[in-house]
Ligand binder design. Structure first.
Ligand code: GDP
Length: 295
């Protein structure tokens, strides 16, 4: 994960780590390398610049030039700022309720259905919940079948109705079903499309207004870099989601989405997907992610 970024940060710090006497020029050089590494990781220019400016201010404020080990101090400051960039403290998923309702949003192929299964698995096995999965994709019968396959594999019931073409009605009926059968969390998978379009947004907004979810999540493929960030912004402007799920972090992703989504939409990343298997799900902890990035 983010191997490239880790390697570039290491290279940037070489100068500071090897030097006995540190000058302002050394620090500036290092920060220039850090900025370059961030840009290569697909962090946008403004964020990368602000980030390095903050690191610089902190470094000079803490007298990095006279520190015993300037390299270590700089690494510490960089770590703190990476944590801040990714949201600081972790923010937990809200799933309590009678039932708790979690609504998925995102483009087709982002990993919504896979994540819905992973989340059901997580809530069932790690949180002792009794989840119900709901297939609300009224366009692609294959998506409904896919959720049924996952449900069967996980031993989680899947609610669907291929005759009904109104996702709001499906979601409402599913919640009634959950109430009458004692399911305490309902996970609603919705239809995505290949690109942002008005109808998809209206549909998710309608479902959201009707069922008043405890939590609305936006699922996005981290491999799509800055597109992921732009898509997040478009969805957030329209449906005001509560948290982000970054998928496919196991792939050759550069890290830009993880590092910039919080700054752009001011919503926390809550989970990351790290594979196709149902267990390949991690709760997102900014501190742990910063540890991983810094190697
Ligand atoms: P949806 O259209 O948003 O419901 O997307 P899917 O859940 O069908 O996922 C699209 C593809 O991405 C599938 O082939 C999934 O197996 C794959 N996928 C989903 N999440 C991950 C992940 O975290 N890592 C990897 N490597 N593949 C994933």
């Amino acid at each position: 994960m983010f191997d490239n970024l880790t390697e570039k940060f290491e290279r940037a710090f070489k100068v500071l780590k090897g030097q006995g006497q540190i000058t302002e020029i050394n620090v500036a050089e290092t920060l220039k390398e850090v900025r370059r590494a961030l840009l290569d990781a697909d962090v946008n220019f403004k964020t990368a610049k602000e980030f390095t400016n903050t690191v610089k201010e902190k470094a000079l404020g803490r007298d990095v030039l006279t520190a015993v080990s300037p390299g270590q101090l700089m690494t510490k400051i960089l770590h703190e700022e990476l944590v801040n960039l990714m949201g600081g403290e972790e923010v937990e998923l809200k799933y309590q309720g009678n039932p708790g309702i979690i609504l998925m949003s995102g483009l087709q192929g982002s990993g919504k259905t896979t994540f819905s299964g992973k989340l059901a698995n997580f809530l069932k096995n790690k949180k002792g919940k009794n989840p119900l999965l709901v297939a609300c994709d009224v366009y692609r019968p294959a998506a409904i079948d896919q959720l049924h396959v996952l449900g069967e594999q996980l031993g989680v019931e899947v609610y669907s109705n291929k005759e009904e073409k109104n996702p709001v009605k499906i979601a409402e009926a599913a919640i009634q079903h959950a109430k009458s059968k004692g399911f305490n969390v309902v996970i609603v998978d919705t239809a995505g499309r290949l690109a942002i379009d008005e109808q998809m947004m209206n549909e998710i907004a309608d479902v959201k207004n009707a069922i008043k979810p405890t939590e609305t999540l936006f699922v996005v493929d981290s491999m799509t870099g800055q597109d992921a960030v732009n898509t997040a912004k478009a969805f957030n402007d329209r449906i005001d989601f509560d948290g982000v799920v970054l998928t496919k972090l196991d792939g050759d992703t550069r890290g830009g989405a993880a590092l910039t989504i919080k700054t752009v939409v001011d919503k926390p990343i809550k989970f990351v997907g790290t594979g196709e298997k149902m267990e390949a799900l991690d709760v997102f902890y900014p501190k742990r992610m910063a540890d991983r990035i810094l190697g």
